[in-house]
Design a binder for this molecule. Sequence first.
Ligand code: FAD
Length: 543
Amino acid sequence: MAEYDAVFIGSGINSLAGGALLAKAGWNVCVLERNDYLGGAIKTSTDLTAPGFTHEVFSSWHPLFAGSAAYGELADDLHRNGLEYLNTELPTGSVFPDGSSAFLTTSLEGNVAELDRHAAGDGAAWERQFNEFMANADLSFGVLGVELWSGQGLSLGIKAYRRLGARGLLEFTGRGLATCRDWVTATFHSDQAHGLLAPWVLHTGLGPDNAVSGFMTQVIACAVQLGGMPVPRGGGVTLVDALATVIRSAGGELRTGAEVERILVSGSRATAVRLSSGETVTAGQAVIASVTPTQLYGRLLAEWEVPRAAWESARRFRYGRAGMQIHIAMDELPQWRGDERLPRTAIVHLTPGLDGVSRAVNEAERGLLPAEATIVAGQPCAVDPSRAPEGKWIVWIQLQDLPAGRVRGDAAGQIDVGDGTWTETLREAYADRIIVRLGQQITNLERSILKRVVLSPADIEALDCNLVGGDIYAGSCALDQNLLWRPFPRSPGHATAVGGLYLIGASTHPGPGLGAGSGYLVAKELTKPPLPKRLLARLPGRR
Ligand SMILES: Cc1cc2nc3c(=O)[nH]c(=O)nc-3n(C[C@H](O)[C@H](O)[C@H](O)COP(=O)(O)OP(=O)(O)OC[C@H]3O[C@@H](n4cnc5c(N)ncnc54)[C@H](O)[C@@H]3O)c2cc1C
């Protein structure tokens, strides 16, 4: 008898949500985590900067989880166990070097007025785009929510064909391939609208000149208007704790400090894992690995246990641009230059505009520190005031346009990058550049910093080994490694060539973010009723 029905490797959002769904379906679940905390890229810290400040070390914003199928099913359990979402009507804005700014709110009328403020007609263009998107929102969200390489994916395609016809479907798909640049410039006149929307494409791991980035920008813009920018009261740890409680309450177990070093295969089936301590943990139904394909095929499985082609594809799996986090505890509330809405906005992008976003991505892709990065200035206290003592403030800064691998130089020609490794000196020098720019918009920033903590790409990888090279999205999201092709065409979806072994996590479809999509899809696959029962359920008069 195996000790558990399912063993999860890693405790990121996909494992925790998948584990909670399996546990609720009666499975005996075990989650094994190598770190000394649960949650992976959800890590809330109260001792990062100064007493009374609660920081999200990595992920901070939960629109993807709050809009997810997993949350749809688990919400009651999670709320009972302490999770509470707070939200805002001012989810995002961009501020430009001349001090002007543009905002995306949770109101359609508000957004029409805001976009018209910059160029007459842009408001109507947004309304048209939004309505067009919503007419087929089930298809667009479906692409990002179903197992594409499966009967589910086929059903989605048939539904699209029936609704749109052959030519319509071809047009719909073709439009979906467009770049963000092509979409925003064809739709809106003002530079402010372009500069408001383009930075969001970075949050999907793409750049504004990549294929499908236009589709991703539309999805995000519509989702932000519909769902705002929710955060859990008190931090992401409350979501992690609530999911862990669901698993424990059903008799499951979660262990930290438990590094899996090998998946044990018997008769072409994964039956157990071996920890680095030498202990073996057995799984009767499934081993579900929330790791990178590189780790799965290069370390956890032996070469002879998987088809050569899958092994070689995994070796070619590419990691994308790196990220940096800068955490700031401020002794005062921020004094933003310009629009009075800026201090109330959850996420403000600092950018010269569409071309600036594109230039910084291009510099990073050529191995350079961007001269003018797109700065993501998150203000968690604008949504959840409990994160800092009264009268004080947190700025959660994210940079998503740093070189993958060694840094080859500085596009501004100012910073000596040494041998290109992320030393403390290089990390702090680059952070200084960012703080100086942000200080031009938040005029009291520099004088009121109580403490700043910077995480370089190397620091990020050290905290979560799935974020290889500091790639915060655990694998390049370029089209050839996205959607149907994630993690790679030889092994699309989540089942692997080894029976009972599934690969989930940000490196797999539907990709990075807190949407818990891969954990959800695998849990549903494992608990779906047998085929005869499903067919019977489709008979007329049956539900
Ligand atoms: C800095 C940063 C900011 C982000 N901001 C946001 C945001 O605001 N909103 C959003 O939606 N998304 C955000 N993301 C993306 C999102 O957080 C991640 O895509 C998501 O959390 C990844 O979840 P996951 O299930 O893939 O696993 P991860 O969270 O990556 O966790 C994987 C876990 O597996 C463990 N592990 C790996 N190998 C082993 C092994 N052999 N044995 C045992 N344990 C192992 C690791 O230690 C890790 O804890 C951000 C990501 C980063 C890094």
